[in-house]
Design a protein around this ligand. Structure first.
Ligand code: CTP
Length: 203
């Protein structure tokens, strides 16, 4: 996830565990890739000599870290649950409780994946799509809009798929709109499937 500060003690976040991203990093490293794992706040742990962990908090920090490493990368896989909005003004002091309702104005964050699609040279760029309706159509739209080579679609309509679970069920779609659906599996096994699909694309 990313955390978007409201004031020094509060933030807007989401329920992402980070598990899918960490498993992908491990699957790639186990095949000999040098991995820069840019992670928002997560309880996941990793100890692998090929994985360099880069910790960030907000969408803006994640954007900066992604652009720092992207130029040298062969493959970029974006599985983070990045906040789409953040508080427009971050209070410098803790907001005090009042009797009236509190309105927090939100502004859009930068779309990291889209910006990497625009900056793409020879990298293979892989995005994720989390959808609840018109899943395949929306995922294909994201391939075009964000200039992707592959998209990994999770449907929240599939039981056991998505956030904060140990399992996931994915459909992989490429830029020619070929689709391949996989069974419900552990996130560790799904990560291996994703890396294999990427290897098929680059070889
Ligand atoms: N993503 C990103 N930067 C953002 C938001 C999302 O890089 N500010 C990336 C995610 O990591 C994922 C992909 O974009 O790889 C799609 O994220 P998703 O939440 O499914 O789609 P959105 O583009 O945010 O569109 P919507 O919420 O309208 O479906």
């Amino acid at each position: 996830p990313t955390y978007e500060a409201i004031d020094p003690v509060r933030f807007i976040g989401n329920h992402s565990s980070g598990k899918m991203g960490f498993e992908i990093a491990k699957a790639a490293a186990n095949l000999g890739a040098e991995v820069f794992l840019i992670s928002g706040p997560s309880h996941q742990k990793v100890n692998h000599s090929f994985i360099h962990r880069v910790d960030v908090k907000s969408a803006e920090e994640m954007y900066n870290a992604c652009h720092k490493y992207y130029g040298e990368a062969d493959i970029a896989i974006l599985s983070a649950a990045v906040a789409d909005y953040r508080p427009k003004n971050v209070a410098t002091q803790k907001i005090k409780k009042k009797d009236s309702s509190l309105v927090i104005e939100l502004e859009p964050t930068k779309d990291i994946l889209k910006s990497l699609g625009e900056a793409k040279k020879n990298q293979l760029l892989v995005g994720f799509a989390l959808e609840t309706e018109n899943e395949v159509e929306n995922a294909k739209g994201k391939i075009v809009k964000k200039n992707l080579d592959l998209i990994i679609l999770n449907s929240l309509q599939d039981k056991g798929a998505g956030f904060a679970t140990d399992t996931n069920k994915i459909t992989v779609i490429d830029a020619e709109f070929n689709e391949k659906s996989f069974e419900l599996k552990s996130k560790k096994a799904v990560a291996v499937d994703i890396i294999n699909e990427i290897i098929n694309k680059v070889s």
